[in-house]
Design a binder for this molecule. Structure first.
Ligand code: SAH
Ligand code: SF4
Length: 378
């Protein structure tokens, strides 16, 4: 049975064309699925009855199945979604005064093994399909009562106004499925979000950043976390393949397509590791030619991480140095603390097939995490 959530607009039109159905029929079904959150062909009242029956025979609209639904004291909501074979991924909704942000996952686990990330520590199982990625937005819209009804206009505030690909996984390591899902987020017949309200966060896979720019140039966040290659090689191992000079050049190329945009650099603040005044000044030099903002993220601990969160004073001093150089810098508020919904804490359930997790856990158990840190400071 084909799951129609797996198709973007072009894919769905092609699937309809193979069945001698007109493109506008595909658009109708796309609207029902994504705008109205419908999963029952019979209720698609403006679709010809014969086509509804044909669709029900050949296809389905199958969203993710939640296995847990938690709501934090601050209103942050987290769903644990079953993705089969004992695996599950997490999706987080963060309500704020003027917007609602959905943070979605793109992989079961992550192969990139950043030293401070809970998802990375679990190893990698597999990529999520397009249906599983867009399905998180589909599910959240339904669960939050945010789907539109036929005839309703786009006026008014949206419950989910922003989407960030900052959950489990490296979005650009699952390029094709992520791009199809991004297209659905932007498509007026599907979710109709504006390009600037959808953010891809990447640890810096340079060739894929160029491809993203050429396909769907949504807002870009880059996980920087260190001002020099020696430290970044340790924290974000993909840096060994795409070092900072190449990463900064890729950021500049990305903005060529969208000259009024900027890159958001994410920077997790790790006590005694990357949070000194000298680090902040080195960042200014590094990012001099890239129009950017900084988002400082106080480290969110998880068992055996081996790191500590920078003190508020360190974070403030760091922020002041960036701000004094006219770089807009925000400190990310920790949301959903009581349900482990903060950045880097999303664990889901990952049956690791890469068998990589044993090594870092062993290292950390031996206390090498902090020893390594001290070594780097010298
Ligand atoms: N793989 C992508 C997107 C998912 S992670 C990426 O790395 O950009 C989203 C953000 O959370 C990244 O900036 C990541 O570095 C950060 N992060 C990971 N672990 C964290 C932790 N324990 N505390 C705070 N931020 C963390
Ligand atoms: Fe993967 Fe991002 Fe975590 Fe690094 S920070 S391990 S790239 S999810």
């Amino acid at each position: 049975m084909v799951n129609l959530l797996d198709f973007d607009a072009d894919g769905l039109a092609a699937w309809f064309a193979q069945r001698d159905e007109k493109p506008f029929r595909a658009r109708q079904v796309l609207r029902w699925m994504h705008r109205f959150g419908e999963d029952d062909f019979e209720r698609m009242t403006d679709v010809a009855k014969s086509l509804r029956a044909k669709l029900a025979e050949e296809a389905e609209i199958r969203g993710p199945v939640p296995v847990r639904d938690s709501i934090a004291a601050d209103g942050t909501r987290k769903w644990l979604l079953d993705v089969g074979n004992g695996n599950a991924v997490e999706t987080v909704f963060i309500p704020e005064t003027n917007r609602g942000t959905l943070c979605i996952s793109t992989q079961v686990g992550c192969a990139l093994d950043c030293s401070f990330c809970s998802t990375g520590k679990q190893g990698f199982n597999r990529n999520l399909s397009t249906a599983e990625i867009i399905g998180q937005l589909w599910h959240a819209n339904r669960a939050l009562g945010a789907v539109k009804t036929p005839g309703e206009t786009d006026e008014g505030e949206r419950v989910i106004s922003n989407v960030v690909l900052m959950g489990m996984g490296e979005p650009l390591a699952n390029f094709d499925n992520v791009v199809a899902a991004l297209k659905l987020m932007l498509d007026d017949n599907a979710h109709g979000l504006s390009r600037r309200r959808v953010t891809v966060s990447t640890s810096g896979i340079v060739p894929a950043m160029d491809r993203l720019r050429d396909t769907v140039p949504v807002a870009l966040a880059v996980s920087l976390h260190a001002p020099n290659d020696a430290l970044r090689d340790q924290l974000v191992p993909i840096n060994q393949k795409y070092p900072l000079k190449e990463l900064m050049a890729a950021c500049r190329r990305y903005l060529e397509k969208a000259p009024r945009d900027f890159v958001t650099f994410e920077y997790v603040m790790l006590a005694g590791v990357n949070d000194s005044a000298a680090d902040a000044r080195a960042l200014l030099a590094l990012t001099r030619d890239v129009p950017c903002k900084f988002n400082l993220i106080p480290f969110n601990p998880f068992p055996q991480s081996g790191y500590r969160r920078s003190s508020p004073e360190h974070v403030r001093r760091f922020q002041e140095i960036l701000m004094a150089a006219n770089i807009v810098s925000t400190v990310r508020k920790t949301r959903g603390d009581d349900i482990d919904a903060a950045c880097g804490q999303l664990a889901g359930q990952v049956q690791d097939k890469s068998r990589r997790t044993a090594a870092p856990l062993h290292r950390l158990a031996a206390g090498a995490g902090s020893a390594r840190t001290q070594e780097l400071r010298r």
